[in-house]
Design a binder for this molecule. Sequence first.
Ligand SMILES: Nc1ncnc2c1ncn2[C@@H]1O[C@H](COP(=O)(O)OP(=O)(O)OP(=O)(O)O)[C@@H](O)[C@H]1O
Ligand SMILES: [Mg+2]
Length: 321
Amino acid sequence: MKQGELVPVSEMARRLGVTRERVRQMILEGKLEGVRLGRYWYVREREGGRLRRVYTFFTHAGGAGKTSLARDLGFELARRGFRVLLVDTDPQANLTSWLGVREVAPEETLLHLVDTGQLPTPRRLSEWGLDLIPASLDLARVEVRLMQRPLSTLLLRTTLRKTEGYDFVLIDSLPSLGHLAALGALAGDGLLVPVETSVKGVEALVGVMEAAQEYREALEQVDPRVPRSFVRLFVPTKFDARTLGDNRVLEKIAGLEDLAPVASPIAYRPGPHRRATERAVPLQLVGDRQAREEVERLAEEFLQRVVAQDAAREGVLEVAE
Ligand SMILES: Nc1ncnc2c1ncn2[C@@H]1O[C@H](COP(=O)(O)OP(=O)(O)OP(=O)(O)O)[C@@H](O)[C@H]1O
Ligand SMILES: [Mg+2]
């Protein structure tokens, strides 16, 4: 086994979104391999690589919060020092315009990927500390190309795995179960599924789970490490705690824990969300403390309940369990 680089405990704590104390405890419990050099402890990471995890926000239900979550979680991870790439696969290009990016050439989008087999060069958004592969209406042509060349649907997966320099790639998909949605979903190490806290939101889950299972079976042929549940996180969104209906639905969503972790709900906050899109900034920057704290909590839960688990299972981190 190739031995990896030694990561200081503080750095590993930052990456996993846990305290240094927790990392020390994980070393004591044998979950991480600790190495002592002089006075300091380090954690050994395999293959010297960064985590490089790819997750796709996925649901064919429109307006569930995919794009908002991709923007805000992406920004939150970047703020914590992770190197983040966002990929917009939606011809509507909401993620792209919500991050203030306009005038996108077709060569900058995933159209370039299906035409040339090469990932387009991402835009560096220094204001947000992250990179973006933007979208434009030209992406609608990708749907047609993928129909003609179905094997190209794996291109995003294969090219992203060869791309260096990112800790996290977050893919925003579109409200469909077509080829573009498959391109995004199949590229992921797993799916992050926003579920609108409404009857309609829960009803959409049947289709999501069917699609997830289909993608997982397809991926198993090329990658034996695909997790048993391809959905890695459910995120209840637009939750209105004051209504009985939303509370009932939230209880139902909580029942999904058997399938995958369920994040704490994201509240319905039309004002802050509208301000974020109008000003083309992430939600954390519109001056609403509760909205910001909610995103921070989501990042913690994502790092602890999804990333740490996935990394451990795949042996990216040395684990003795
Ligand atoms: N928690 C929230 N509270 C209030 N409004 C929200 C919330 N999350 C998202 N919105 C708003 O709801 C609309 C849909 O959200 P968003 O675009 O993120 O969903 P989506 O799943 O990406 O939609 P689509 O399927 O069209 O791509 C947007 O106008 C967004 O600003
Ligand atoms: Mg969207």
